[in-house]
Design a protein around this ligand. Structure first.
Ligand code: TRP
Length: 334
């Protein structure tokens, strides 16, 4: 194995919105776990980013802890990676300000993510919302990360991070890599409602990592289907298509094949499909739920992981900040 120094750096984060769902699991966490063996990885709970949309002050600490526990339960290993809480790393905010000085306002206003949030929360269009991609670029580049395991919806933010890196390098001298997205299978888990992607803020759209078999069954029972008599090839959009996407993610190839075939013949029974799918999803989640229980009973293991990650990550961060300040003329040569 490579020594730590010459391994590629990886960074990814999840906003602190409470318990995670299987969309987060496939979109981000699976990628993190896949990379922690090979690369120098840091993952974060992005609580500063949580403040860009309305949030409840009293629940924030609990939500942060929930995400930490879910990430560790899913397989982030203290021996293999670092796990930080964004607001504990003040260096990232400092770096984001330096980045703000090289990035054009018009570019940010144009980002689809900004436009979406603006439409979703018309009463809450703050400067911080506009600043979101700059802070995210700083998250990634504070450790000079080159690979970012996130869902495809984050691509515009990564494009912004690359632009910021390029602009900084051209203006002040080469120092930042241009980070690339690391894609995983099933990175866009569809909503159970049959429309769009699975999302914490869309009621009826998600299955959380904490759901019991019964809850998974109930949630799937509400997912829309059709009469089942149509036959022909499996649709590409809508409720039925989404159930097949979940089947492909969680069930065996054999199961997928057999349901595809009964669909094609127009004799599919969705109750059976949903029953099988509930079991297959729960089978994948059960070990995570057991690990989470263990971690809740051993909180010092969690706290130690966070503390040692923070110390080591801030050290890297301070080195980057020193280099940036020197390049920008904010400190004199030693
Ligand atoms: N924007 C990401 C999301 O909503 C979360 C995030 C914040 C992030 N900073 C990051 C992801 C840095 C990767 C790297 O999913």
């Amino acid at each position: 194995m490579n020594t730590k120094g010459d391994r590629k750096k990886v960074f990814s984060g999840i906003r602190a919105t409470g318990r995670l769902h299987i969309g987060n699991y496939y979109g981000a966490i699976k990628g993190m776990i896949a990379l922690q063996d090979e690369y120098d990885c840091t993952f974060g709970v992005m609580d500063l980013h949580t403040l860009t949309t309305p949030y409840d002050r009293g629940s924030l600490q609990g939500q942060i802890r929930d995400v930490v526990l879910d990430m560790m339960a899913a397989g982030l290993d203290p021996k293999k990676c670092r796990l930080i809480i964004q607001s504990h790393i003040p260096e990232v905010v400092e770096l984001s300000y330096y980045f703000a000085t090289v990035y054009q306002l018009a570019r940010i206003e144009d980002l689809p993510t900004f436009k979406e949030k603006k439409a979703q929360y018309p009463e809450h269009i703050t400067v911080a919302l506009l600043y979101y991609p700059i802070l995210m670029a700083a998250d990634i580049l504070l450790s000079k990360a080159e690979l970012v395991p996130v869902g495809i919806d984050q691509e515009p933010h990564l494009e912004a991070a690359r632009e910021i890196a390029r602009k900084f390098n051209v203006t002040y001298g080469d120092m930042f890599p241009e980070p690339q997205r690391f894609a995983t299978k099933g990175e866009l888990v569809p909503s159970l409602t049959g429309e769009g992607k699975m999302s914490k803020t869309k009621e009826g759209s998600f299955i959380t990592l904490a759901d019991s078999l019964d809850v998974i069954r109930e949630r799937l029972a509400k997912a829309p289907t059709d009469s089942g008599a149509k036959g022909g090839s499996v649709p590409k959009k809508g409720g039925v298509a989404n159930l097949f996407v979940l089947l492909r993610l969680f069930s065996s190839a054999e199961t997928v094949k057999s349901y595809t075939s009964v669909y094609e013949q127009g004799v599919i029974k969705y109750a059976e499909l949903k029953h099988q799918l509930s079991h297959d999803i729960f089978k994948e989640l059960e070990p995570l739920q057991k690990r989470r229980q263990y971690l809740m009973e051993h909180p010092h293991e969690v706290d130690e992981f966070l503390a040692s990650s923070e110390t080591s990550y801030r050290e890297d961060g301070r080195a980057t900040i020193a280099e940036v300040r020197e390049k920008m003329g904010l400190s004199s040569h030693e």
